[in-house]
Ligand binder design. Structure first.
Ligand code: SGN
Ligand code: CA
Length: 540
């Protein structure tokens, strides 16, 4: 009798349990969000996209266990404006952060504030780039401005602090500590884990510096681009590896050694070798013990440079600079990958992985020698596109790839919908939720809008706006020139030929111009903004 009753109880319990787990699948408790963003991380340097340059097994896990977006892009390819767009879900002409120099209007609604109001625990660790006290976060430790690679300073709610070590490791230690010990575990969390790396001056940890300076990387096909068949903007930009990469700053050659050698740099005036933020920045901040770890490698580079540089041709110099650039840039990313692995392991060990949406992205893409360039800013693919992958167990089918035109503009609404929090009507993106659920029929965007403003400024990329579809890219460089460019993305993926004037594309130009005008109305952008720019910045 008793055993029969026990059996019934057991079956009942089983029924309830299985109903619960069904419910969890269909309608999980509010998910945690872990938003991971690196600074200037090109998709070309993530093996989930291409393993030509670097293996990133940990970052790849997010794509393999979730969804990889191959056409993700930004609205304005520069650091602080991208972050302002991510936080507000609005284009930069609406949130006011049109370039790195403009202040961010902190009275605006940002998505972390909405999470906080909805009962989430929120935190932000790492590089924000602007503002002292980010709103909507229960805890924060952010780098002031660009921050430092070595022994970084942090702004915290309790005041400033400096932590000894390498920035990528430190931001990760702090993130794991918050997840493990500092947050209220009864609430879901929304954590922004924001790396400084691999931003210029591309400063690897001592171990990665040692390992990566032994490697040689394949050159991009367009390393020696002469910018023919394009407009004047590509020719006048100052981000060419041969001409604009600084010797002391970017190549880890000691400034005093260059001075000793005298006149080795026809392109760059000596004064540029010792900016406070460059070589002398990270190296100058290092203590004796840290310097000793870097010195043997730097000394061998110096020796090689001293013996070889004076007799090298421009082609050889370009090749050498490209290799030095990749060694430092990819070495910096390799630490980001190791540290992302630590956080993913923590999520697994703590049992958090199951109900946590993990996002990996960058504030924009970057040139890794394509068109002879470093840096970003242009609407051309390498800087316009940005890596994006999202893992969300039980919600996203693992291993999916998606090629829809999605933007950093969409992140806020996506995270809000995932957490079932209402998004404000005036956010300008689209929630990516239908795509995450593989419901492509509910997604009907076929073109995105882009607008870059920061000019005249470092790297001298002219102001421009444009429309991009999967097939074409139409761009208007409108300031101090009046030039249009059209690229056929499918037939000319490297964007080597502007076909704007070609008769066979006349129909495409006409159609895209109409669509571009509609987008400018939809997103409330207008040429009058030039006037706003002048008023706001005082620059013509
Ligand atoms: C610095 C860098 C530039 C970079 C801008 C903006 N020069 O000025 O190369 O484009 O930041 O970067 S450096 O010599 O000081 O490193 S952003 O990521 O903040 O937009
Ligand atoms: Ca950046």
């Amino acid at each position: 009798m008793k055993s029969k009753r026990n059996l019934i109880l057991f079956l009942l319990a089983l029924l309830i349990l299985s109903a619960c787990s069904e419910d969890k699948k269909e309608n999980p408790g509010r998910p945690n969000i872990l938003f991971i963003m690196a600074d200037d991380h090109a998709y070309q340097a993530i093996s989930a996209y291409s393993d030509k340059l670097l293996k990133t097994p940990n970052i790849d896990r997010i794509a393999n266990e979730g969804m990889l977006f191959t056409n993700a892009c930004v609205t304005n390819s520069i650091c602080a404006p991208s972050r302002a767009t991510i936080l507000t879900g609005k284009h930069t002409h609406i949130n006011g952060k049109i370039d790195n120099g403009m202040p961010f209007d902190t009275t605006q609604v940002t998505f972390p504030q909405l999470f906080q109001k909805a009962g989430y625990q929120t935190a932000m660790y790492g590089k924000l780039h602007f503002g002292n006290n980010p709103k909507g976060v229960d805890d924060f430790m952010i780098l002031p401005g660009q921050g430092y690679y070595i022994n970084p300073k942090f702004i915290t709610p309790k005041g400033d602090t400096t932590i000894t070590g390498y920035v990528t490791d430190i931001i990760t230690d702090l993130t794991i500590e918050w997840l493990d010990k500092k947050r209220d575990k009864d609430k879901p969390f929304m954590m922004m884990y924001l790396h400084k790396a691999p931003h210029r001056p591309w400063w690897p940890s001592p171990e990665k510096f040692k390992a990566f300076t032994k490697k040689t990387f394949p050159e991009p096909e367009t390393l020696f681009d002469d910018y023919s068949n394009r407009g004047s903007a590509a020719r006048t930009a100052e981000m060419n590896l041969l001409h604009h990469l600084r010797y002391g700053h970017d190549s880890k050659i000691r400034p005093q050694t260059i001075a000793e050698m005298g006149g080795v740099s026809p392109d760059v005036p000596p004064v540029m070798w010792d900016g406070i933020d460059g070589f002398t920045g990270p190296y100058g901040r290092a203590n004796a013990e840290q310097k000793a770890l870097y010195d043997p490698v730097i000394d061998s580079i110096n020796l090689w440079f001293k013996n070889n540089w004076p007799t090298m041709s421009d082609v050889e110099k370009m090749r050498w600079k490209y290799q030095r650039y990749m060694q430092d840039y990819l070495g910096s990313i390799s630490s980001v990958d190791d540290n992302v692995g630590r956080v993913l392991d923590y999520l697994d060990e703590s049992g958090l992985a199951e109900n946590t949406m993990v996002v990996y992205t960058s504030d924009q893409g970057f040139y890794l020698g394509e068109h002879g360039w470093f840096d970003k800013r242009f609407i051309y693919d390498e800087s316009f596109k940005t890596p994006l992958m999202i893992r969300w167990p039980n919600q996203i089918t693992p291993g999916m790839t998606n090629d829809e035109m999605v933007q950093n503009l969409d992140f806020a609404q996506t995270f809000l919908e995932a957490a079932r929090i209402n998004a404000p009507e005036d956010m300008q993106g689209e929630s990516l939720m239908p795509l995450l659920k593989n419901d492509r029929a509910s997604w009907n965007r076929d073109a995105v809008y882009y607008h870059y403003y920061e000019y005249p400024a470092v790297h001298m990329v002219k102001r421009h706006y444009g429309i991009v579809t999967k097939e074409f890219k139409l761009v208007h460089f409108y300031y101090d020139v009046d030039e249009w460019e059209l690229y056929d993305r499918l037939n000319d993926p490297q964007e080597m030929k502007n076909v704007y004037e070609e008769a066979e594309y006349a129909g495409v130009v006409k159609e895209l111009k109409t669509q571009l005008a509609e987008l400018r109305v939809k997103y409330k952008d207008s040429q009058a903004l030039d006037q706003k720019y002048i008023e706001m910045t005082g620059m013509e």
